[in-house]
Design a protein around this ligand. Structure first.
Ligand code: ADP
Ligand code: MG
Length: 213
């Protein structure tokens, strides 16, 4: 099982102070799969994504990303192998749409020309127009913000894309469109997706694997 896993969560325990969220919990995520994590509110879905992303460290057990154990030493490098679409609107409000999109590319010291070409290509992919680039997040719609968040998460070609209820705040029409978009991106990029959702219907549309917490 572990051999073809790009993410391997092994016997982890995690508590916030006195509240135990995971005890001896394990899960494997296959390369290029699309896993939807389902579970009641408070079951630890967001916590699991944070543990995979290294924003939280388990008290016991380990998390392997592409066969390497996440440690304090390799955390920053490993995190750049992932893209993260957070719950709600997580764009940096003081940065323009373009600056938000190239955030990870800049961390990876990509050239201006590389960034411009990459964003032009991705704008096309998600159906956004150029004239949005110099706007600030509070000047665009909810659906546009999520598209920008998706571009920010995939621009640096991560091995893994983590998404935490990315569509929960959107109207159903926009949500349907973005579901199709994400499915399309998954098929084109051959990246591994892990998405938290509370919708079984959404999981049915998108998932190749389902993990219930
Ligand atoms: P989900 O995403 O499945 O709704 P979370 O992973 O956000 O659940 O939270 C799991 C549990 O941990 C909840 O009971 C929540 O209240 C608690 N929790 C989440 N974050 C913190 C925190 N930073 N400090 C203390 N408790 C937390
Ligand atoms: Mg959550």
């Amino acid at each position: 099982m572990e051999k073809n896993s790009i993410i391997s969560v092994q016997n982890i325990s995690f508590s916030y102070d006195a509240v135990e969220i995971f005890k001896n919990f394990s899960a494997d995520f296959e390369r290029e799969s699309f896993t939807c994590i389902l579970g009641e509110s408070g079951s630890g879905k967001s916590t699991l994504l944070r543990l995979i992303n290294g924003l939280l460290i388990p008290q016991n057990g380990l998390v392997k990303i592409d066969s390497e154990v996440l440690t304090a030493e390799n955390l920053i490098q490993k995190r750049l192998e992932m893209g993260y679409v957070l719950q709600g609107n997580s764009l940096f409000p003081h940065l323009t749409v373009y600056q938000n999109m190239i955030y990870c590319l800049k961390l990876l010291k990509k050239s201006d020309l590389y960034c411009q070409e990459k964003i032009t290509e991705l704008l096309h992919l998600v159906g956004l127009k150029n004239d949005l680039l110099q706007k600030f997040p509070d000047e665009i719609s909810g659906g546009q913000k999520q598209r920008v968040g998706i571009i920010r998460a995939i621009a640096h070609s991560p091995k893994i894309v983590l998404m935490d209820e990315p569509f929960s705040a959107l109207d159903s029409e926009t949500r349907d469109k973005l579901q199709i978009l994400v499915k399309d991106i998954h098929q084109k990029l051959k990246t591994t997706f892990v998405m938290v959702t509370h919708s079984k219907e959404e999981a049915k549309i998108l998932a190749t694997n389902v993990l219930e917490l």
